[in-house]
Design a protein around this ligand. Structure first.
Ligand code: AGP
Length: 627
């Protein structure tokens, strides 16, 4: 949830750590801080409330000049955003500085014990107990890394920390405990860096264009220095870790001329679909290959159940996937929030395929649910955008989204990429189970594979045509932006798209938006309908079109305004609407990939009109690595 960075090398640490924090700001942005070990051997701390740029806005002191430092960008869990609660946190003597991502679940108990032993606390955070526990270790004569390891035995919950101390050898110590989100470590040419995510490693990529990176596992410690990096396991023994090459492309984040990352990412969706399809289709043979699923036809034929799990947007994608897999592949499919699933003690056997969905691969609830599945005989696959993330390391196989880095906190292109891959998965399962015929014709007993592939291939063009109508959607946003409540309705495969549209509006414009399967409306939400609560209805020309038209009529009969997503050509819908957005015609199971696009643009333009921070909405973070 928070972002941590540590740097030691032959360059001043301050600009590198601050720039790293700026690149990690999507993880949390309510306050930030840096501690630099100065040439005089003393730690200098700088903190700010709000975004990272506040750190560089203070011209009353010279910039720290030391070449070892740690930094943090915060998403508050314990204690409101304030300079006092901003990390890094120090011990009683102010000689140890710690930046932390995670929650110390037993911090109250530890704090009481430490206070009884004479420690003085200055913040309301859970993190501060870590600084004082490390202090005790150092006071007992342990090195920083041994003190960190001793502390790690006392704290409960997933944690990632970086720590630096006065009076040591300028090295920085990093620890990962449990599923605390990634901790990436790299060393190149006299410089070492540690960070919650790859973008902060940019300064080390240099001219080579590539950097070997290691990721800490549960209980591991990295000691980074100018000379290199050493890794210790939880018992304090040195371990060798395999390194993964990371390229400039993996770490570069750039708005590409757009006003916001979110708009850029919405506009990148045709390419996101192309990337998700690449190398996974055999057009001539009319088959989906999906080799990365790593399952034979015989293994697929044995499956009795598919379970899809995820959180937020990824959960909405899972709900769409449930419809598509059941419909195409004829397998019982469930979709559930990973935050519920992890506590459900679900029955899982070897005939079950569990698929986790996640942009980051680091969402704490999703990772914990995956770990539970890992202990069962079920096969575990992940659909993920972050290669090397915890989800990819836990799964038997990874279906990479390949959407490119998504910086906007509100997901857009990774939703589309997830849906694309869920369609490929459904088709792969359907083919292995004899429900889709390969080849160009309709001759066999199943659906025509070649025709279905052609429809997939048409998606990027169709999405592009919706994006080219962005001005119309912007004008609707202008018309609707002052409402304070919205109802989103959809049916069947588009009911979860209504949920995703409402989630986007809530997240970035702070407007209350409720989503319901349209058939549920008359069971309660209809009581809300009046002139002040517009309804956004997803009503493409599919099997359920007439039902959606009835729902629209019910809203209109109660003086409600209706904005409808309709199929192109449906210019005079059977029920009157106050605004229409048209999407190209497509097979029903693919309509979510089209209907989602105008809802993203609608939310974006409403948020802009309301002056909201689109890329970094309040209270949110890109990777939710705490429970
Ligand atoms: C989506 O706009 C949100 N940022 C959020 O709901 C997100 O989808 C959720 O936290 C899950 O993240 P993940 O896909 O990285 O697991």
């Amino acid at each position: 949830m928070c972002g941590i960075v540590g740097y030691v090398g032959d360059q001043p640490a301050w600009p590198i750590v601050v720039e790293g924090l700026r690149r990690l700001e999507y993880r949390g942005y309510d306050s930030a801080g840096v501690a630099v070990l100065e040439p005089n051997g003393r730690l200098q701390l700088r903190k700010t409330v709000g975004k990272v740029h506040g750190l560089t806005a203070d011209f009353s002191h010279p910039e720290p000049s030391g070449s070892a430092g740690v930094g943090h960008t915060r998403w508050a869990t314990h204690g409101r955003p304030s300079e006092t609660n901003a990390h890094p946190h120090t011990d009683c003597s102010g000689t140890i500085a710690v930046a932390h991502n995670g929650i110390v679940e037993n911090y109250l108990e530890l704090k009481t014990t430490l206070q009884q032993r004479g420690h003085t606390f200055t913040s309301e955070t859970d993190t501060e107990v870590i600084s004082h526990l490390v202090e005790e270790g150092v006071h007992d004569g342990l090195s920083l890394e041994r003190a960190v390891l001793r502390m790690s035995e006392l704290v409960n919950g997933p944690q990632a920390i970086v720590a630096v101390r006065e009076g040591g050898d300028d090295s920085i110590c990093a620890l990962r405990l449990g599923h605390a989100g990634g901790v990436a470590v790299a060393h190149y040419d006299g410089q070492s860096i540690v960070s919650s995510d790859l973008p902060a490693l940019l300064p080390l990529i240099g001219r080579s264009g590539q950097l070997p990176v290691a990721f800490l596992e549960d209980g591991e410690v990295a000691v980074i220095s100018r000379a290199g990096v050493t890794f210790l396991n939880k018992n304090g023994r040195r371990v060798q870790k395999s390194l993964r090459p990371v390229s400039l492309e993996d770490v570069l984040v750039d708005r590409g001329g757009y006003r916001h990352f979110m708009l850029k990412e919405i506009m990148e969706q045709p390419q996101a679909v192309v990337s998700a399809l690449r190398d996974r289709l055999d057009f001539a043979g009319g088959r989906v290959l999906l080799p990365d699923l790593e399952m034979s036809d015989a293994e697929i034929a044995r499956l009795r159940r598919v379970v899809l799990i995820g959180c937020g947007t990824s959960l909405n994608a899972a709900q769409v996937g449930r419809h598509v897999i059941e419909r195409l592949a004829g397998i019982t499919t469930e979709a559930e929030s990973a935050s519920e699933y992890r506590y459900r003690e679900p029955y899982l056997d070897k005939d079950t395929l569990v698929v986790s969905i996640g942009q980051s691969g680091e969402t704490a609830d999703t990772v914990a649910a995956m770990q539970q599945v890992r202990e069962s005989p079920a096969r575990l696959v992940t659909i993920c955008n972050a290669a090397g993330s915890q989800a990819t390391r836990l799964a038997d196989a990874t279906l990479l989204m390949r959407a490119g880095i998504e910086v906007g906190v509100a997901s857009s292109k990774t939703f589309t990429a997830s849906l694309t891959i869920l369609n490929l998965l459904a088709m792969r399962l359907a083919t292995a189970r004899g429900r889709i015929d390969a080849g160009p014709g309709m001759a066999g007993p199943g659906m025509a594979g070649r025709g279905m592939l052609d429809e997939l291939a048409r998606l990027p063009g169709k999405i592009a045509s919706i994006l080219s109508d962005a001005e119309h959607i912007e004008s609707l946003a202008r018309q609707f932006h002052h409402y304070r409540n919205f109802l989103y309705l959809g049916r069947g495969v588009n009911a979860p798209v209504a949920a995703e549209g409402a989630l986007k509006l809530k997240e970035i414009s702070y407007i209350h938006a409720e989503a319901y399967p349209a058939g549920e409306m008359k069971h309660g939400p209809i009581a809300l309908i009046d002139r002040e609560m517009p309804t956004l209805a997803i009503a493409p020309r599919d099997r359920l079109y007439d039902k959606m038209v009835s729902n629209i009529q019910e809203v209109k009969a109660r003086d409600g305004m209706v904005l409808a997503v309709l199929t192109q050509g449906d210019t005079q819908p059977a029920a009157p609407v106050d605004g229409a957005i048209h999407i190209p015609d497509a097979p029903e199971h693919l309509t979510p990939l089209l209907a989602a696009i105008p809802l993203q643009l609608f939310a974006y333009h409403i948020a802009l009109r309301r002056g909201c921070d689109v890329d970094q909405p309040r209270n949110l973070a890109k990777s939710v690595t705490v429970e």
